[in-house]
Design a protein around this ligand. Structure first.
Ligand code: AQP
Length: 332
């Protein structure tokens, strides 16, 4: 809470081209808070370097992620949209919070276990302390709600624990944030392996639908989606491929699961997959059109980055100043 106004905060890593998982699980929901809350949405480039990045690609994707935020309907005049590394207070608070986070807590983080297995040749300390940087992102802005996909819920819960621990020692420092996870879209699965989350860094491109994929590519990927040997379009645990497609169709059309099951009664898997692909392509088309205009105007994006960084830094400085004072750091 800042000046009696509730705060919404979230971020996306520019660690790859953004997927419909990032859109449906996170970005689409950022807008929900735009009218009522003070909103900060960040391109978290410092998180992205926990895994090796090609510098030119990281730079390009940082611009593109900001452009996608705007293309997805986040007005930079209403929301503070900025790049994490432009506000140095994030790194400063992360160090402080490292001293209030337990080794055992970080060892239990599912994403650390997954990512350290996937990048066994580069299990760096940043990958391990990633949730502490995420805690400082959130706590710097006295955040009330954090709209995220289900995979990030555990990190927000750790943020709550760190903030509560700090507040017990130094009362009234941080607002305790709430993770907000939507019911449809909270975990979009890979089309190639419906037991695995769809991820922007997945090597199997057939399983991942990118926000910027063209219509033909989208339809082709859905046509190849792994399903099962049954023929019924029904939402059931033992049918994870069909369940995922129903979920995606529901997100793009707003229809409920029973409505979808009814609509596709007696329809073959092939036709259903095409229908899901078409709904997805139609939902993404306006975003893609706006994105192309925005990304062609680098000067505009740079101006937004600068404005966002100045706004964010103003809030971040207030919280960091309070933390420094409470800890007993001297001032010159
Ligand atoms: N498949 C998904 N379904 C629903 N939500 C998802 N999110 C990510 N994948 C899905 C949500 O998107 C937001 C931004 O995620 P992130 O960039 O911070 O990192 P991530 O969760 O690690 O996402 P990726 O796509 O899997 O990235 P890589 O491949 O780089 O690790 C978060 O709110 C996340 O929950």
């Amino acid at each position: 809470m800042f000046n009696d106004r509730k705060v919404s905060y979230s971020g996306v890593q520019p660690s790859g081209n953004l997927t419909i998982g990032n859109y449906l699980g996170a970005i689409r929901n950022f807008k929900t808070y735009s009218d009522r809350y003070k909103c900060f949405y960040c391109v978290v480039d410092m998180h992205a370097i926990t895994v090796r990045q090609v510098p030119a690609e990281l730079r390009r994707r940082t611009y593109e992620t900001l452009a996608l935020y705007i293309a997805c309907g986040l007005d930079p005049e209403i929301n503070t949209l900025y790049v994490q590394s432009h506000v140095h207070e994030h790194a400063e608070l992360a160090w402080i919070l490292n001293c209030f986070t337990m080794f055992g807590e970080l060892s239990r983080m599912t994403q650390f276990k997954d990512k350290s297995a996937r990048h066994a040749d580069n299990v760096n300390a940043g990958l391990f302390t990633y949730p502490v940087l995420m805690a400082s992102d959130i706590l710097l802005y006295q955040t009330d709600v954090v709209p995220v996909g289900i995979d990030q819920k555990q990190h927000v819960e750790l943020t709550r624990d760190i903030a509560t621990r700090f507040n017990q020692l130094y009362p009234d420092t941080f607002t305790i944030p709430e993770p907000i996870v939507v019911s449809t879209g909270k975990k979009i699965m890979s089309l190639a392996d419906p037991l695995k989350k769809m991820s922007k860094s997945d090597e199997n491109l057939n399983g991942v639908v990118f926000i910027l994929d063209d219509k033909d590519t989208i339809i082709r990927k859905f046509k190849r989606a792994v399903t099962d040997s049954d023929t019924e379009i029904r939402d059931a645990e033992e049918k994870p491929g069909i369940r995922n497609l129903i979920n995606i169709y529901s997100c793009f059309t707003g229809k409920t699961v029973p409505e979808i099951e009814q609509e596709f009664k007696g329809v073959g898997y092939g036709d259903f997959k095409i229908a899901v692909g078409e709904a997805c392509a139609a939902g993404l088309e306006p975003i893609q059109t706006r994105f192309k205009e925005l990304v062609a105007d680098k000067a505009y994006l740079e101006a937004q980055m600068k404005k966002g960084a100045e706004e964010a830094a103003w809030y971040a400085r207030r919280t960091l100043g309070k933390v420094r004072k409470k800890l007993g750091f001297t001032q010159v």
